[in-house]
Design a protein around this ligand. Structure first.
Ligand code: T1G
Length: 686
């Protein structure tokens, strides 16, 4: 880490260089305090530019220091020192000024930025709140409403919006360093602006804080930090600066040690580790500059849109001209929806569509770098596709299947150069869901696996390596969750109580609402395939509902009844009768939210541990990412594996033993018992 000072006539340029993102380590904080003293003492210096080397301005406090006791100089003191400097400091921002980085910039007398810069206070996404004056200075600069939005959402704003808010003083065109020096020369002879900390807080409308609290609570649900952040901004508007700073610091320190903060930090680092798995270190991926999708249904169209969103030209192959048109229409519908929701301009949508070529001639793929198959989940149909691809594509073209439940080893039988084949399991809607399970076959080469991970980075997805088993990682766990949910139905719980308990736990919806939304027939199809493999899937009630044609919302009834045009689930007498019949003779239990959550979540952990033992997943954090990004597991719980470790694996084993003794769950697998001895999954996987 270095902080260098250069002098451009009367302007001193302080350059921070602390790769990879100029995080505010203890050494950097110390160097900034020393720079203020040095430059205050230099009469030749009339103004100071604070700029960063590398990809970004200061991106925040060093998250690696969070688990340790704070070391002086504390960031609030660093910011106060800059704010109290005798010479005006100008923050020159590129990349992202985030968290403590923006707080340092708020200590400066001025802020300028390049147009591509972003500024934000993402602390609530780490389960904390700004801890160096962000909630106390911001509203003094941009007003309470804008400050509340920035602080409680954690979302950054671009430089143009920042300028409109008054968060920055100017946008610099061209070279930032030269532009910032020019700006500094322009203010050097002016009197220092009033420090933000001593500015008055703009008044708010009556009821502002009460309305803000309702809005933030509705969005935050069970996350603690956003409401605490709001409380800190409100405190800043109702008390003097020093009291507000004390309140902010006290709140920040209390949250920093919280379970939610630990969970969100775990996810933060897991997401950053995922695209660069250690087992692929040093392996060069193939370049992907063109792609094709075979199959223009829901998944194929979503995958094509995801590829286009990443700027790749796409060929959409279907079996005939009519199917091609239907596939193109499916992609166009995705972009029309984005335009309608204001996510894309019409021009951008047209440009995305222009990059898609439809055709029913595989010869179009003769020079395509990557082809993803997304046709009907039938082995013979898929094999036929890959037989054609093997004969028309380049031998080094990467061939991928998007299958959810079939065996990629079986699909790839007969593919030429099988080392270039892998599974790329997208989640619907494929252009939205972040998770991408990258499934290797017995033949997949490390280079092609690395290409899958590089593609994920190109698409902005979270990649997780998966070995082959029924359902890979996510859907295999989902099968256990659904079987568990039915076990609870037969022991006295109702679909509504189970769904409510899972929503209370933090899931976006419960297992029965989710099945009604997706359709019960999909799982029925998978259970039929499982029976053909000699397995005995447990779904006595679901089987009977399917036999009654109750496939969910699309048939007006599934686990719940639905009034025409109304998607609100209503408890169903028909379903209650089927449950009662199937539950006959079975012991009944009194269930509450906590016991239901245990009986659903802990078997999830048990199955996930089996997945680790079998090396289908290599790391417990990968399984957390699968559940968070593929199935909506709450981030603030860190994922099922982090949740289990935080709760204590010995307790998890004890609860599962109790449930198993009552026939309500499988007993803990050997790997879970072993992990419990060290209270960590590291013993059986990283
Ligand atoms: N501390 C330490 N390391 C960090 C870091 C941070 N704040 N942010 C990123 N890294 C590492 C990351 O682990 C990875 O490391 C590398 O940088 C590239 O990250 C007092 C208390 C800045 C937008 O929440 O949003 O300030 O794997 O792959 O896609 O009020 O990183 O290469 O070894 O994400 O270009 C507030 C979090 C902290 C910013 C860049 N700040 N970071 O994205 O690169 S709390 C944040 C990001 C705070 C104050 C409070 C992104 C990025 P490695 P990357 P990127």
């Amino acid at each position: 880490m270095t902080v260098t000072i250069a002098r451009e006539n009367a302007i001193a340029v302080v350059t921070v260089d602390n790769p990879p993102v100029n995080a505010l380590s203890q050494a950097l904080r110390q160097a900034l305090v020393e720079a203020v003293a040095e430059l205050d003492a230099d009469a030749a210096v009339k103004a100071v530019v604070l700029i960063c080397a590398g990809r970004t301005f200061i991106a925040g406090a060093d998250v690696n220091e969070f688990g340790k006791p704070p070391q002086p100089p504390l960031l609030p003191d660093v910011v106060a020192t800059i704010e109290g400097a005798k010479k005006p400091w100008v923050a020159a921002i590129h990349g992202s000024a985030l968290g403590g980085g923006l707080e340092v910039a708020l200590g400066c007398a001025y802020r300028v930025a390049v147009a591509s810069a972003s500024l934000g206070l993402p602390e609530v996404k780490l389960g904390i709140i700004p801890g160096a004056g962000g909630t106390v200075r911001l509203l003094r600069l941009i007003g309470s409403a804008a400050a509340v939005d920035l602080v409680t959402s954690g979302s950054p704003v671009g430089a143009t919006k920042a300028e409109g808010l008054g968060l920055i003083d100017a946008i610099v065109d061209g070279d930032l360093r030269a532009g910032a020096i020019g700006f500094a020369n322009g203010i050097a002879e002016k009197s220092l602006p009033q420090p933000i900390s001593s500015r008055a807080v703009p008044a708010v409308e009556p009821g502002f804080w009460e309305n803000a609290e309702k809005a933030v609570a509705a969005k935050a649900k069970r996350e603690v930090a956003p409401l605490r952040a709001l409380a800190s901004v409100r405190k800043a508007s109702e008390t003097d600066f020093s009291d507000a700073m004390a309140f902010e610091r006290e709140t920040f320190l209390a949250l920093r040690g919280s379970e939610q903060a630990a969970a969100l930090r775990h996810v933060f680092f897991a997401e950053r580790a995922a695209p660069r798995p250690p087992e692929l270190a040093g392996i060069t991926p193939r370049d992907i500059r063109s792609a094709a999708v075979v199959g223009g249904g829901t998944m194929g169209a979503g995958i094509a849109a995801a590829l286009r969103d990443a700027g790749l030209p796409v060929v959409l192959i279907e079996r005939d001209a009519t199917a091609v048109e239907r596939g193109l229409a499916n992609i166009r519908a995705i972009y029309d929806g984005s335009v309608k929701r204001g996510r894309l301009t019409q021009e951008a949508a047209d440009q995305r569509m222009a990059g898609v070529t439809g055709g029913d001639n595989y010869g179009l793929l003769a020079d395509t770098d990557l082809v993803i198959e997304a046709v009907f989940e039938d082995l013979a149909v898929k094999r036929a596709v890959f037989e054609k691809l093997s004969s028309v594509c380049r031998p080094d073209a990467v061939l991928a299947t998007n299958t959810s439940y079939l065996d990629p080893n079986a699909i790839s039988e007969g593919v030429s150069h099988p080392e270039r084949f892998l599974g790329l399991h997208f989640f619907s809607p494929a252009h939205v869901m972040k998770l991408l399970e990258i499934v290797l076959t017995e033949a997949t080469s490390p280079e092609v696996l690395a290409t899958g991970f590089a593609l994920a980075r190109q698409l902005g997805k979270i990649p997780v390596r998966a070995g082959i088993c029924d359902g890979f990682i996510g859907n295999r766990i989902l099968k256990v969750t659904r079987a568990q949910a039915e076990r609870l139905l037969l022991s006295g719980a109702t679909p509504s109580a189970i769904d409510a308990a899972m929503r209370a736990f933090g899931l976006p919806m419960g297992p029965f609402e989710a099945q009604d939304l997706g359709g019960l027939d999909i799982a029925a199809f998978q259970r039929k395939a499982a029976r053909e493999r000699g397995e005995i899937p447990f779904a006595p009630v679901a089987e009977r509902l399917c036999a009654l044609g109750r496939f969910g919302q699309k048939t007006g009834g599934g686990w719940y009844d639905y009034q025409p045009g109304d998607r609100a689930p209503k408890p169903s007498e028909t379903v209650a009768t089927v449950i009662a019949e199937e539950a006959t003779g079975r012991p009944q239990h009194a269930w509450d939210e906590a016991s239901i959550a245990d009986a659903i979540i802990l078997p999830m952990v048990n199955e996930a541990t089996r997945i680790l033992e079998e090396r289908v997943a290599l790391r417990s954090a990968d399984i957390d990412l699968v559940k968070i990004h593929g199935y909506g597991f709450p981030r603030w719980r860190g994922g099922p594996m982090h949740y289990a470790e935080a709760r204590g694996l010995a307790e998890v084993v004890a609860v599962l033993d109790r449930l198993a003794a009552e026939g309500l769950a499988d007993p803990p697998c050997e790997g879970l018992r072993q992990a419990a001895q060290g209270d960590s999954f590291a013993a059986i996987a990283g």
